[in-house]
Write a protein that binds this ligand. Structure first.
Ligand SMILES: *[C@@H]1O[C@H](CO)[C@@H](O)[C@H](O)[C@H]1NC(C)=O
Ligand SMILES: *[C@@H]1O[C@H](CO)[C@@H](O)[C@H](O)[C@H]1NC(C)=O
Ligand SMILES: *[C@@H]1O[C@H](CO)[C@@H](O)[C@H](O)[C@H]1NC(C)=O
Ligand SMILES: *[C@@H]1O[C@H](CO)[C@@H](O)[C@H](O)[C@H]1NC(C)=O
Ligand SMILES: *[C@@H]1O[C@H](CO)[C@@H](O)[C@H](O)[C@H]1NC(C)=O
Ligand SMILES: *[C@@H]1O[C@H](CO)[C@@H](O)[C@H](O)[C@H]1NC(C)=O
Ligand SMILES: *[C@@H]1O[C@H](CO)[C@@H](O)[C@H](O)[C@H]1NC(C)=O
Ligand SMILES: *[C@@H]1O[C@H](CO)[C@@H](O)[C@H](O)[C@H]1NC(C)=O
Ligand SMILES: *[C@@H]1O[C@H](CO)[C@@H](O)[C@H](O)[C@H]1NC(C)=O
Ligand SMILES: *[C@@H]1O[C@H](CO)[C@@H](O)[C@H](O)[C@H]1NC(C)=O
Length: 756
């Protein structure tokens, strides 16, 4: 791109290309370790060059007149003071348009870099690659809802290879926050509410992404995040949380501890949250003592976007932006993520005379250089558009995506109306989310752009013929809308068809219009009243009041209150954060080609939460009166079109080291189907309060009608412990176990065992 070169020269910052650096320098030699190479390079760097590595420009490209162009402001900042990494900017740009520009930028920058230190490309990657043109997978919560680890690994492999083809060597995932607050607009980016389930998915994500190539380079580095985040004030993503050290070690921190044990995430992002009154970006105790010291995290620690300036502008724990930068550095932050404008870390250049600061900057630079060396960023050739085109949306990736989409939809209620009869030829398809591909905040999808595959409307039209699907939105997708004028038409269509599929929800994606602004789902949004935004409940109620058999389809990742009125629906499905084949998968499920199943209200509460006081009308329950702990929909729950029966479990101890639970699962229904076998436990007596039960293993199996299979789940006894003041403790004595198809009492078979 013509603009790059003049700008580089005009800035004059990287102008003196000293080609005199001997090409045989150790750091240029791939046979040395990343650590050795980083150490060698560090010795040659000026302070300006070092500080430059501590940040980057997140939004290198804008989208102007339907095509990508360099964002000149971002470009200038990147070249001047934030030279560590780049991000792509607008998600609406196509990958094949962006790659040549990114390559050109890389070449120009390398031509002018004294030591030849390349940028590394870092992007978010939730539903797939960050810009448009890749395979659009369902969001993380939908992946978690598959409970299918082998399938998930295939999906992550596809996402990894599409990122690699685009030159992305570092992603800002996995997100291991626990979806414990139903109001949080970001729950769709999380795997779910349970720390074991989340840790399991995240560990497989990291190991798959970071798999080494044939030359020993890490394919794509990962960022485990957001350390540490849980139930925040008001359900707001950036708000404060409580969390004592036991709670952090046993719950919020458990997926990290698991991932550090079984995988090695090369970086970690610190949360926006203030934890126990200390904002995480300046939380020296949590980062240096707990994360580094006790949990043993070895990789790079980065801030979340604009979180360091927040210490000054929002939390008021710093006197100035520079003071905020110093506090963050002292707390252990090594990299500043900064999507827009000038960052704080470049001002550290004024403090390099202070030996303590200089030492910390060196540590931080080592950390990013090691990632660059480990991922082959110095050594590997730039990716080509032709290779990119071959990789993106390959037949295999699309097939994996179809399989994931089918297993990520959860059937929550069914009176036998589903599957629809084969002779169903007409349906009324109602609701504003029926014709929206609701792919969440981080998808490269403009949801009104029909290039991106199936909305539920398009998939049903393909199946039944456009004339046989009577589509009426009925009400607006905008949460602030009060317009009910479309409801009578929608009800009339329902009566005429004799059956209605009503698709309601919240969210929608990276569109920048008023619709996106007036949403309740997505990063930065909260969903305090748990109802369907806008007039959607009114639409649903009107159709149900008319007596038309109704199938309710939920769209988006929020927890919706299904009140008694909504539960009059004959069947209820939830699609969570959708991918490009979710619409097709819904059509398949409605007509019975497929099946299966989860629900987010924490099942693993503490025994003391059982009390809650008595009133004249009954007991208080949970934080949200509508979301009872004893709800029919609990964690791990999902219905099927077939029936499974579990035999009485046998739980055996082996060699005093392992507990094995064995059960025979039989498909006693008439269809092939998949079931998730789940093992829960608690030590009968503990030193500190232990949840009423805790998931400890799961596996998903497929059975043909009449088939049965013995399933064994084994857990090392050492894993049955818990932390007290950060020390691991394993009880002896009586343990309660439960094995079954969900965390509901009626779906579980209890068994006790005494462990010596
Ligand atoms: C980089 O340098 C090479 C060789 O000096 C030159 O051919 C090429 O045009 C330069 N590229 C850019 C983008 O500056
Ligand atoms: C361009 O980059 C600047 C600085 O990062 C940012 O503030 C601005 O929003 C970007 N503009 C566009 C159109 O993306
Ligand atoms: C890559 O794909 C894009 C979009 O389909 C197309 O415009 C471009 O010509 C292709 N380029 C190559 C080199 O195959
Ligand atoms: C997708 O699922 C089908 C049916 O279970 C299976 O035969 C196929 O191998 C799967 N494909 C991939 C790529 O996992
Ligand atoms: C559709 O099939 C069911 C049996 O599966 C039958 O009871 C019903 O009458 C059929 N409806 C029509 C319109 O043919
Ligand atoms: C999204 O796509 C639609 C249809 O192509 C287009 O009208 C709209 O401008 C796009 N929105 C953005 C933010 O690009
Ligand atoms: C979006 O919400 C704002 C604030 O409630 C309101 O002023 C605006 O009219 C809404 N936009 C639309 C299109 O409803
Ligand atoms: C269900 O919720 C809607 C909207 O909040 C409310 O209007 C309706 O009365 C509720 N119905 C029942 C039966 O609780
Ligand atoms: C298991 O533990 C018991 C009690 O500590 C001990 O007597 C027994 O020898 C142990 N068995 C094995 C196989 O280690
Ligand atoms: C298991 O132990 C608990 C006490 O922790 C007891 O209440 C329960 O009845 C026992 N269950 C079985 C199946 O033995």
């Amino acid at each position: 791109m013509l603009k790059v070169q003049p700008l580089l020269c005009a800035l004059g910052v990287l102008a003196t290309a000293q080609k005199s650096i001997e090409s045989e320098r150790l750091y240029k030699n791939p046979s040395y370790t990343p650590k050795e190479r980083a150490e060698d390079l560090l010795k040659l760097m000026t302070w300006e060059e070092k500080v430059g590595q501590l940040g980057g420009a997140r939004r290198l490209f804008s989208r102007v007149d339907g095509k990508p162009s360099f964002n000149e402001t971002a470009l200038a900042i990147t070249l001047e003071t934030q030279n560590g990494q780049i991000g792509f900017g607008s998600q609406l740009n196509y990958a094949s348009e962006v790659l040549p520009l990114a390559n050109e930028f890389r070449t120009a920058q390398l031509n002018n870099s004294r030591l030849g230190i390349p940028f590394i490309t870092v992007t978010d990657s939730v539903n797939g690659i960050y810009p448009a043109g890749g395979t659009l997978f369902p969001g993380t919560c939908a992946m978690g809802a598959t409970w299918n680890i082998p399938l998930y690994r295939e999906a992550v492999t596809a996402i990894r290879d599409e990122n690699l083809a685009l030159g992305v060597k570092w992603v800002l995932s996995p997100e291991v926050d626990l979806a414990r607050d139903p109001r949080n607009g970001r729950n769709g980016e999380m795997y779910g509410e349970d720390s074991y389930h989340v840790g399991e998915f995240a560990t497989h994500y990291i190991n798959t992404m970071q798999k080494k190539d044939e030359n020993g380079y890490v394919k794509v580095a990962t960022t485990i995040k957001h350390f540490v985040f849980g139930q925040s004030s008001g359900g707001v993503n950036t708000a404060s949380i409580y969390g004592g050290i036991n709670h952090i070690f046993n719950e919020l921190g458990a997926p990290y501890i698991r991932a550090f044990r079984d995988a090695n995430p090369l970086s970690l992002m610190v949360s926006y949250a203030t934890v126990d009154q200390v904002p995480m970006p300046s939380n020296k105790y949590m980062l240096r003592k707990v994360l580094r010291g006790i949990m043993g995290f070895k990789g790079l620690i980065m801030s979340d976007a604009v979180a360091i300036p927040h210490l000054y502008t929002q939390s008021k724990v710093a006197k100035s932006a520079t003071d905020a930068g110093l506090k963050a550095l002292r707390a252990g932050l090594e990299h500043e993520l900064n999507p827009a404008g000038t960052a704080v870390f470049p001002t550290l250049i004024n403090s390099v005379d202070d030996a303590e600061v200089a030492h910390m900057i060196d540590e931080a630079v080592r950390a990013i250089l090691e990632i660059k060396f480990a991922t082959g960023t110095f050594d590997l050739p730039l990716p080509s558009v032709s290779e990119l085109n071959k990789t993106l949306r390959s037949d295999r990736h699309l097939e994996i995506n179809r399989n994931v989409s089918r297993e990520s939809i959860v059937l929550l209620q069914n009176d036998g109306t589903l599957p629809l009869r084969a002779n169903t030829t007409r349906i009324a398809l109602l609701g504003p989310y029926a014709d929206v591909l609701n792919s969440g905040s981080y998808a490269a999808n403009n949801a009104s752009e029909h290039k991106y595959g199936g909305t539920i409307r398009r998939s049903l039209e393909q199946r039944l013929g456009a004339n046989n699907v009577k589509y009426k939105a009925g009400v607006d997708v905008i949460s602030t809308s009060t317009d009910t004028s479309g409801i009578p038409d929608a009800v009339a269509a329902a009566k005429k068809a004799g059956i209605a599929v009503v698709v309601v929800g919240s969210g929608w994606s990276s569109d920048t219009t008023a619709v996106a602004i007036n949403r309740t789902d997505g990063e930065g949004f909260s969903h305090p009243d748990l109802s369907f935004p806008g007039m959607q409940q009114q639409l649903l109620d009107a159709v149900l009041d008319a007596g038309v058999p109704t199938i309710l389809v939920l769209s988006g990742s929020q927890t919706f209150l299904l009140n008694d009125s909504s539960k009059r629906s004959r069947a209820i499905l939830t699609t969570l954060i959708q991918g490009e084949f979710t619409g097709d998968a819904v059509a398949e499920i409605l007509f019975g080609d497929r099946r299966r199943a989860r629900s987010p209200v924490a099942y693993d509460y503490f025994p003391s939460d059982e009390q809650g006081g008595f009133t004249g009308t009954g007991r208080f329950d949970w934080f949200w009166p509508q979301l009872t702990r004893y709800a029919p929909l609990r964690f791990g729950f999902g219905l099927s079109y077939t029936k499974f029966e579990f035999s009485a479990p046998a739980i055996a101890r082996r060699d005093n080291t392992t507990v094995t639970a064995t059960v025979t699962v039989a498909n006693t229904g008439g269809r092939i189907g998949k079931e998730v076998v789940q093992l829960y436990y608690r030590p009968a007596v503990t030193e500190i309060e232990f949840p009423v039960m805790k998931l400890v293993r799961f596996v998903k199996i497929e059975l043909a009608p009449g088939e049965s299979r013995q399933v064994s789940l084994s857990v090392p006894i050492h894993e049955l412990g818990y932390f007290i003041d950060a020390e691991w403790y394993v009880e002896k004595g009586l343990y309660n176990f439960w094995i079954g198809s969900s965390s509901r009492t009626e779906d579980l078979l209890p068994y006790n065992i005494t462990l010596a």
